[in-house]
Design a protein around this ligand. Structure first.
Ligand SMILES: Nc1nc2c(ncn2[C@@H]2O[C@H](COP(=O)(O)OP(=O)(O)OP(=O)(O)O)[C@@H](O)[C@H]2O)c(=O)[nH]1
Length: 692
């Protein structure tokens, strides 16, 4: 039997739903146990999590009448000591830490902060820079984080080191590429027990594109399984990077930290001294602060910026007085000026979130630069889904929240969407399923919204009989069957790195997922790279999960879009109680439509609560029903077993029932729970394991 394949995976914000969506994330992401909730809770209070957000809003100093106030991301802590040291450009070093996920970037960043006395010991906690609650709970870095450190090197000179810690997961690679553009060098951290993985390669390519000096660091040498010599050879053979002066380190035990700092000073070039040129500063990140408006993080490329200056954002043309200028060390510390080569932030009572976009160039009004900097290539969303507020009145709040979140997440795209079943919402584009899940969770936590996410889908291209091309980022945008000529789907080049023992099993999986074999090469004696061309829709569902289970967690993968290809794809509609449920529709390959339909209706039968009447569920291609099930009518009520019982117990039962219904969306006469939107994901898993 072929495995079920579908263009649409589905998500819902329930706990199990999130977990499944996470499991289906498209690249390596091993979850670690939850960290101590210390900073999470503290920062929720400080920055206004769900409950304190409103309080902050009332206290907001900036008048943003037309906009909803929202808490700033937790990592931007206020205050801080006056540790910022002014040094000439030749003693500034800007560098990033890049690595495959979990190879120890954030732990190494912690050690650098400790060694340079940037963070006091009593304040220190694991993964210090991952200040966002979500990052701490999941143990992964989601956002780039910056920290300026003062370091007195062995040559007796004081240096200003600007560190940018980056995420490792492929869904957040846009953060990495922006970070690298602000640096002259990077530390390439490789786990000495695991070696080169898929994101190690991807990040090295990004660093090379940006012409960065790369310092290889072999981390986790304390582990019994560490084999630094083998990993060095691997880096040299696979990446072609000279490892004769690679640094042996254990971020956990603080080994090799001084050597790393010395290497940063010695090997990474200083920024070019362009202080005398007109100001050009590139915005690489920004966020919304309830008190100060938009806070912009930038790297000064040319010239000098002083507090109180009138600046102009070259792309939007907006002008603002700089009210606050500072650096993150990693707490915000105000400074009088920043010059070429330095990284910092500014506040200017910017009320409109659209005024200061990532990639824009800041210049001075009195002495403007002739040309803006090239900025960044736009992030291209891979996965789309509809986000709808459960309470229709929250639509304007959702719009404001998305605008503000977009400020802090430049890869997020959205446009309004109206659905007959779900009402008013937004069609949002993400870099992958993990990204989608994080955005949904941030919207719910940071902006106090309750949302429903519809089935995620990739972007198809359809040609109608008149020859017109339609971009289909939602199955409902497909032209009617009688006017449809063809459908094309996006393909990716998928590279898998795996120990050679699992090659057979992984090849089988790739074939089940419509993958076309391209190449296989031995990286070393024991490890292999496999290359496939595969439909993106197959990769973004649960492929990574299946890959991990077949390789016992040892394989890693990376993919890049290669183009579109016409395939025999069909629209699979779902009818519940004779009503078409648009958000459950999916575009699937014809060969798999029967299996997907059958498994989907079976799953929906399990998930949709029984009603007072019989509910038929059908999956159909056009008018042809490919699978059907029915939910028998409800016979018992929740109070039945409580006959003669205490009134408070009955109330409790009714309350429980009401709570269960709260997050359901009414579709016709049947309530469809959010879990139902996850159904297609679990179908892939179920059918794959049947195949196994
Ligand atoms: N034994 C050992 N464990 C380490 C070392 N460095 C990091 N770790 C552990 O490896 C895990 C991942 O570390 P992180 O620093 O969060 O890894 P990361 O690369 O920042 O992860 P992402 O930001 O999610 O990409 C944590 O459990 C660390 O405690 C080390 O030198 N030795």
């Amino acid at each position: 039997m072929r495995c079920a394949t579908t263009a649409a995976a589905v998500s819902a914000p329930s706990t199990s739903g999130r977990q499944q969506a996470h499991n289906a994330a498209v690249a390596p992401c091993r979850l670690r146990p939850r960290q101590q909730p210390f900073l999470g809770e503290a920062s929720a209070l400080r920055q206004g999590g769900r409950s304190s957000g409103k309080r902050q809003q009332r206290a907001a100093a900036v008048n943003v009448a037309e906009q909803q106030q929202a808490p700033a991301p937790p990592r931007k802590q206020q205050g801080g000591s006056s540790k910022v040291v002014k040094v000439p450009p030749e003693r500034v070093r800007n560098f990033s830490i890049i690595a495959h996920i979990d190879h120890g970037k954030s732990t190494l960043a912690d050690q650098l902060l400790i060694k340079t006395d940037t963070v006091e010991n009593r304040e220190m906690q694991a993964q210090y820079l991952d200040g966002m609650d979500l990052e701490r709970e999941r143990g992964i870095t989601i956002k780039l984080n910056t920290a300026r450190m003062k370091y007195v090197a062995k040559d007796g000179q004081t240096y200003a080191l600007n560190l940018i810690d980056t995420p490792g997961h492929v869904d957040f690679s846009y953060e990495v590429s922006r970070s690298l553009a602000a640096c002259e060098g990077c530390l390439l951290v490789v786990d000495a027990s695991q070696g080169v993985e898929a994101q190690t390669l991807a990040n090295v390519y990004l660093a090379l594109e940006n012409d960065l000096e790369i310092i290889p660091v072999l981390n986790k040498i304390d582990l019994p399984g560490a084999d630094p010599d083998r990993v060095k050879r691997e880096i040299e053979e696979v990446i072609g990077l000279d490892c004769s002066n690679a640094i042996m380190a254990s971020a956990k035990q603080g080994i090799g930290i001084e050597e790393i700092l010395e290497a940063v000073v010695e090997r990474i070039p200083p920024p070019k001294d362009a202080r005398s040129e007109p100001l050009r500063a590139l915005i690489f990140d920004s966020y919304y602060d309830a008190y100060k408006g938009v806070i912009v993080q930038f790297r000064v490329m040319d010239g000098e910026l002083r507090r109180g200056e009138l600046v102009k954002f070259m792309n939007t043309g907006c002008e603002y007085d700089v009210t606050e200028l500072g650096v993150l060390s990693p707490k915000s510390v105000e400074v009088e000026s920043l010059y070429a080569g330095e990284v910092g932030y500014l506040a200017a009572s910017i009320k409109q979130v659209a005024d200061a976009r990532v990639g824009d160039t800041i210049t001075l009004k009195r002495q403007p630069a002739a040309e803006a900097l090239p900025g960044y290539t736009e992030a291209m969303p891979m996965v789309f889904c509809g986000l709808f507020p459960t309470d229709a009145d929250q639509y304007p709040e959702l719009r404001e929240a998305l605008l503000k979140l977009q400020l802090n997440d430049a890869a997020l795209k959205f446009e309004p969407e109206v659905s007959s079943a779900m009402g008013f919402g937004f069609r949002c584009g993400f870099l992958g399923l993990l990204h989608m899940e994080i955005v949904q969770e941030r919207l719910e936590r940071e902006y106090d919204l309750a949302l429903i996410a519809t089935a995620p889908t990739v972007v198809f291209k359809a040609i109608d009989t008149a020859g017109k091309e339609h971009i289909v980022d939602c199955p409902s945008k497909l032209p009617p069957a009688n006017r449809l000529e063809s459908i094309s789907e996006p393909y990716v080049r998928l590279e898998i790195i795996t120990p050679k023992d699992y090659v057979g099993s992984i090849m089988e999986l790739a074939q089940q997922r419509r993958g076309e074999y391209v190449d296989m090469q031995y990286l070393t004696e024991t490890r292999t790279t496999l290359v496939y061309n595969m439909p993106l829709a197959e990769v973004v569902t649960d492929f990574f999960d299946a890959l991990k289970s077949r390789s016992r967690g040892y394989a890693s993968m990376e993919y890049s879009l290669t183009g579109y290809r016409e395939n025999d794809l069909v629209l699979l509609d779902v009818k519940i109680n004779a009503e078409m449920v648009e958000p459950l529709a999916a575009i699937v390959h014809r060969d798999n439509a029967y299996y997907v339909g059958k498994a989907l209706v079976k799953k929906l039968k399990e998930l949709i609560p029984r009603q007072q009447f019989r509910v038929p569920i059908q999956a159909a291609i056009g008018s042809r029903v490919v699978a059907s099930e029915s939910i028998p009518a409800l016979r018992k009520d929740v109070l039945a077993k409580c006959y003669g019982g205490d009134i408070s117990r009955k109330k409790k039962l009714l309350k429980k029932q009401a709570a269960g219904k709260k997050r359901m969306k009414s579709l016709g006469r049947v309530d469809v729970p959010q879990e139902a939107f996850m159904a297609v994901l679990s179908i892939n898993q179920a059918t794959t394991s049947t195949d196994d």
